[in-house]
Design a protein around this ligand. Structure first.
Ligand code: AOS
Ligand code: ZN
Ligand code: ZN
Length: 424
């Protein structure tokens, strides 16, 4: 379904007066507002193709209907999100779930929606129907060199698909590990995985990045071969300058200080990108900012600080992606909420008075330092986030417009009620 320009214009017109009143504070009182608005306009967050349908849980799935059945329909959904918020201008594909039949046609469709292709994702955590060897006991770590070879070849094929689409990064997330003590020789698993990754790395085009995503647990429950930022950092360092660590917010043990991990990785020039989501217990893949918004803000605070220290471009120098899964919500509504939560955290981090913060730190003024951060976090930045959307050609309230157009009903009419998006 397409968003018509008159629908967007009507929506914005209706909300404009109220918006201007809220924005007045910013334009009158905050010297920095224009700089922040411009940064928000530039900041794009990629939508993963696998988050457009209802993933459910391992206990059940309650499909919402009208889910995308093909890659074209997935791009249409992301195109719609982008038309609403002008901040979702990229899609992250998953091979083999999203193999393009015709790369040129796929590129044209993406261009029509104003989308580019973010990192491509490989899949060696499932067996595909036509696959010769099983990944039951791992892929890149496997004891059998033939299984490792198959997994390496798959990753190289994913790179080829990505090149054809204009993607610039490969994300490798491995489910490799072990479920019971004794099952795995940790050192051998590490070196086999490293050797396999080296073969994949050797196939990277020179302007590509390799993201090594870590995860503390699941589906293996005793050990994960890329289980934490330390092991990911080790792989990335040994691989070379094109390899980076990818931080997925749900992949840590409870209470991990993710913002400190981010600061360290940035300092070492090894932070590659993000999978945004939120969680209370583990890899819950919930809406970004829905459970721990202060943590999200603190992470962005380190991102802004660390990237500015290295003169990095916030919009382009790291990979920004959502990695969410849906059980009870309309996936598109959830993604609109996630993008907005990320923008809010980013805007708040941009508000932090960094000079004052450093002075407070150097003076050991703990209270002042805490106040500076909390002051930014407690500021309602929604008017400038909305203003950035408006200037970029989006909706003042994307979710309200999505609902008022009865989008899901339309999608169900177009695609049917019993649809299963390919993927998780
Ligand atoms: C798995 O837990 C990871 O978060 C992956 O990044 C991702 O969810 C997967 O590759 C999607 O299939
Ligand atoms: Zn992830
Ligand atoms: Zn995950």
């Amino acid at each position: 379904m397409n968003l018509e320009s008159f629908q967007l214009a009507d929506h914005n017109q209706r909300l404009l007066d109220a918006h201007r009143r809220k924005l007045a504070y910013w334009t009158d009182a905050v010297a920095d507002a224009e700089r922040i608005i411009q940064k928000l306009i530039d900041f794009q967050i990629a939508i993963p193709s696998w988050a457009l349908g209802t993933g459910g849980t391992r206990f059940g799935r309650f499909g919402g209907g009208g889910e995308p059945r093909t890659l074209d329909e997935k791009m249409a959904d992301v195109g719609l999100l982008h038309a609403l918020n002008r901040a979702s201008g990229a899609i992250s594909l998953h091979i083999p779930w999203d193999i393009p039949q015709d790369a040129d046609a796929t590129r044209q469709t993406a261009a029509h929606y104003g989308l580019r292709f973010d990192a491509v994702n490989s899949n060696t955590f499932q067996d595909q129907p036509d696959q010769a060897l099983s990944y039951k006991f791992g892929s890149l770590q496997h004891v059998d060199p033939a299984v490792r070879r198959q997994a390496i070849e798959h990753n190289i094929e994913v790179i080829r698909h990505g090149v054809a689409l204009g993607s610039k990064a490969l994300t490798v997330w491995l489910s490799d590990g072990s479920c019971f003590p004794g099952q795995l020789n940790f050192r051998k698993a590490f070196s086999r995985t490293l050797e396999s990754l080296q073969d994949i790395y050797a196939a990277l085009p020179s302007d590509w990045k390799l993201f090594v995503e870590y995860k503390a647990f699941e589906p293996n429950f005793y050990s994960m071969t890329v289980g934490d930022w330390g092991s990911s950092f080790l792989y990335a360092s040994k691989l070379g300058p094109q390899a980076y660590t990818l931080v997925d917010l749900g992949h840590h043990l409870p209470n991990a200080n993710i913002e400190q991990i981010v600061a360290t990785l940035l300092m070492e020039e090894k932070l590659g990108g993000f999978h945004f989501n939120d969680s209370k217990y583990g890899d819950d893949d919930l809406t970004a900012g829905s459970i721990k918004p202060y943590q999200l803000f603190l992470i962005f605070n380190e991102l802004v600080d660390g990237m500015d220290a290295r003169g990095m471009n916030h919009a382009t120098d790291l990979g920004w992606m959502i990695d969410a899964s849906h059980n009870v919500k309309d996936p598109l509504e959830d993604l609109l909420q996630s993008v907005e939560a990320i923008q809010i955290a980013y805007a708040q981090a941009l508000l932090v008075d960094r000079t004052a913060l450093e002075e407070a730190r150097e003076a050991n003024d703990v209270v002042r330092a805490q106040e500076i951060l909390q002051d930014a976090f407690r500021t309602d930045v929604r008017p400038i986030v909305a203003e950035a959307r408006l200037r970029a050609g989006g909706a003042l309230q994307p979710l309200t417009l999505y609902r008022s157009l009865d989008t899901r009903t339309q999608l169900i009419r177009e695609r049917g009620l019993k649809t299963v998006a390919t993927g998780l």
